[in-house]
Design a protein around this ligand. Structure first.
Ligand code: SF4
Ligand code: SF4
Length: 368
């Protein structure tokens, strides 16, 4: 008997149910990126490599999550044998693996493991040369780009997180260079996320500049057919197919992050580290939906989302992007992108054409 291919709508339904488990054997890191959201926590707590491997492996085996990513800190600080034990367990369970790394420690042995265990490698890089200045120097950045080329030559899936900051977008010259960088990555079949730098990091753009940059990037991607980059891609999916792909456009709360579950080094389960950056909090499922109720009953000029036309495609954004638990600081940028996407959708839809009567009217005329 042949099983028929699942329809697009079923695939989308399955995607909606994707839950992610982030396995964090260590929160230690070998870098000191200026805007890191775990930096404050790390400075206070001095994380080590003293993780409980059997407990983590057992947790992975028992997990119901369909996406399991090894995360950190910097996960490649752990010995290669332990890394292989985690990768092989995840691979047996899901047929694929994922890791988010700064890339500085990747060597030939790691590349072999990534090929063996079908690993999607997420790297963090904000552009080439000085565009990446908040993360590393020019030589290290060039080495990372060579490594990305090598990984693609070996058919390893590579994704990137680019953080928009003063270093890569505070003037139009830098923004054009950043677009060139994104174009080059796209031609190598490397895609990823273009995230805003948190406002309290000291590295961020002003909210006005940030909205302008995101509007510019949205138009540029549409005009040039650049696909596969979030948040643009996922906001388009949300707009056209009502298919929320990313946690930042689903309900999320500082007390409970339903889309992302973290396993710490001793097997303790906690929330996404983006909300735990200042102090790790227990997960509290009873808080699900509480933030949404508060935001929808708070007027927008008081930091809420009351009456916002984009609510069901935003839910107030990521709760970590707000100092006071209200809506995301990037509200203006989100509105700017959705406005362009809505207009684009309207333009490309098969609705009425200008200077023509509506379809029903045309149909009636042809019958006369
Ligand atoms: S805190 Fe933000 S990044 Fe983390 S799961 Fe929630 S929306 Fe996603
Ligand atoms: S766009 Fe702004 S006001 Fe609207 S739901 Fe999102 S955060 Fe709230």
């Amino acid at each position: 008997m042949f099983l028929s291919m699942p329809s697009i709508s079923i695939i989308r339904l399955i995607k909606r149910k994707v839950k992610m488990l982030l396995l964090k054997p260590t929160l230690a890191c070998n870098m000191k990126c200026s805007y890191c959201y775990e930096k404050e926590w790390r400075m206070k707590n001095h994380p080590d490599l003293d993780y409980d491997l059997p407990v983590l492996i057992e947790s992975v085996k028992n997990s119901l999550d369909n996406r399991i990513v090894i995360h950190g800190g910097e996960p490649l600080l752990i010995p290669k044998d332990d890394l292989e034990a985690m990768l092989s367990t995840i691979h047996r369970k899901t047929g694929k693996t994922g890791i988010q790394t700064n890339g500085t420690l990747i060597d030939e042995d790691h590349l072999r493991l990534f090929m063996q265990y079908n690993t999607s490698v997420g790297l963090s890089i904000d552009g080439d040369g000085d565009l990446n200045a908040y993360r590393s120097g020019i030589d290290e950045t060039a080495r990372l780009l060579d490594l990305m080329k090598e990984m693609r030559a070996r058919h390893i899936n590579v994704g990137v997180i680019i953080v928009i900051s003063q270093a890569n977008a505070n003037d139009n010259d830098k923004l054009e260079r950043l677009k060139g960088f994104v174009t080059r990555l796209t031609s190598m079949r490397i895609h990823g996320r273009i995230n805003p730098c948190l406002l309290n990091s000291g590295c961020s753009l002003t909210t006005d500049r940030l909205s302008g940059v995101y509007s510019d990037l949205t138009r540029w991607m549409i005009l040039n057919g650049i696909r596969g980059w979030s948040p643009f891609h996922e906001m388009w999916e949300h707009t056209v197919y009502n298919n929320p792909l990313s946690c930042v456009f689903k309900e999320c709360d500082v007390e409970y992050t339903p889309s992302a579950r973290v396993l710490l080094k001793d097997g303790t389960e906690t929330n996404c580290m983006r909300v735990s950056a200042k102090g790790i909090k227990d997960r509290d499922p009873s808080k699900q939906g509480v933030r949404s109720k508060q935001l929808t009953s708070l007027p927008q000029d008081q930091g809420g989302c009351m009456g916002c036309q984009y609510w069901e495609r935003c839910y107030g954004g990521c709760p970590a992007e707000s100092e006071d638990g209200k809506r995301t600081e990037f509200c203006d940028g989100i509105k700017a992108i959705y406005k362009i996407l809505d207009n684009t959708r309207q333009f490309t839809s098969s609705g009425n054409r200008p200077n023509q009567p509506p379809p029903n009217e045309r149909g009636r005329q042809s019958m006369i």
